[in-house]
Design a binder for this molecule. Structure first.
Ligand SMILES: Cc1cc2nc3c(=O)[nH]c(=O)nc-3n(C[C@H](O)[C@H](O)[C@H](O)COP(=O)(O)O)c2cc1C
Length: 221
C-alpha cells in the first residue's frame, strides 16, 4: 500500500469485528511510528496498548458508568472552544448531521444519540485499543507532535490491513482508564484509539473535506 492509499483509505471506523490483532503487528506498527517527528525530538507521547482481559475489564467498568448515567470526569483539557466560530461551527454541525443520518438517528433524539455515542466506550467492538498520554507540563507544539504520532500509527495500521478510530471520548472517563493503566501523575490522557479489522456490515458515510482553496493558499510569482 502506498502512502496516498494509506492516507485516503484511513477513516474513523466505528464498527469492528472481534478478529484479534496480534501483539507482533502492534509492536511492528508502534516501532515504526516512533519515527514520527517532534520538536527537538522530545517524543512527547506515551501509549498504552490494551487487548484481551484488561480491555474487557475497562469496557465493563466504563459500561457500568454509562449505564448508571455517572457524570463525566472533570475535564483536563477542553475538546473544543466553547464558542466555535465560522467556518468550524458549520463544519462541526455538518459532521453531526452526516454522522447521525448515517445511523438513522434524528438529530433531536437525544437518547438515541447518546446510545450511539456510548459505542465509543465499547471501542465500537474493536479487540485492541491504544490510550495516548502527554506530559501535562508540555504545551501546544508538543500536542501537535502527539497528533503526528497518532496519524503515523493510523497510517501504519492501514498498511497492516487494520483500521482505527481516534477517540477523545475516552477523556471523559479518564479516571476509569487510569484505574486499569495506572499512569504516572504527570501524564494526561489525550485520547483513546480503537484498533481492529473493519466490520464491513456496518454502514457509514464518508466524511467530506473543505475545498482546497478554503484551507490552502498558494503564493506564486
Ligand atoms: C483527536 C481526535 C479525536 C476524535 N475523537 C472521536 C471520538 O471520540 N469519537 C468518534 O467517534 N470519532 C472521533 N474522532 C474522529 C473524527 O470524528 C473524524 O476523524 C472526522 O470526523 C473525520 O472523519 P474521518 O476520520 O472518517 O475521515 C476523532 C478524531 C480525532 C483526530
Amino acid at each position: 500500500m502506498d502512502v496516498y492509499e494509506a492516507v485516503t483509505s484511513r477513516r474513523a471506523v466505528r464498527g469492528f469485528t472481534d478478529r484479534p490483532v496480534s501483539r507482533e503487528v502492534l509492536e511492528r506498527v508502534l516501532s515504526a511510528a516512533a519515527w514520527a517527528p517532534s520538536g527537538s525530538n522530545l517524543q512527547p507521547w506515551h501509549a498504552y496498548v490494551l487487548t484481551g482481559a484488561p480491555l474487557a475489564e475497562l469496557k465493563e467498568r466504563v459500561g457500568e458508568r454509562v449505564a448508571a448515567c455517572d457524570p463525566w470526569d472533570e475535564r483536563e483539557y477542553e475538546m473544543y472552544p466553547p464558542e466555535l466560530r465560522s467556518p468550524y461551527r458549520e463544519r462541526r454541525s455538518a459532521f453531526g448531521k452526516e454522522r447521525y443520518s448515517a445511523l438513522g438517528v434524528p438529530r433531536e433524539d437525544w437518547e438515541a444519540r447518546q446510545r450511539a455515542a456510548s459505542a465509543n466506550w465499547q471501542c465500537f467492538g474493536a479487540p485492541a485499543a491504544l490510550f495516548c498520554y502527554i506530559d501535562r507540563g508540555l504545551g501546544g507544539p508538543q500536542w501537535s507532535d502527539v497528533g503526528m504520532y497518532l496519524q503515523t500509527i493510523m497510517l501504519l495500521l492501514r498498511a497492516e490491513g487494520l483500521h482505527s478510530c481516534p477517540q477523545m471520548a475516552w477523556s471523559v472517563y479518564r479516571k476509569t482508564v487510569a484505574e486499569i493503566l495506572s499512569p504516572p501523575d504527570e501524564l494526561m490522557l489525550f485520547c483513546g484509539m480503537s484498533i481492529g479489522f473493519e466490520d464491513t456490515a456496518v454502514d457509514y458515510t464518508r466524511t467530506g473535506r473543505a475545498p482546497l482553496d478554503e484551507t490552502v493558499t498558494f503564493v506564486e510569482s
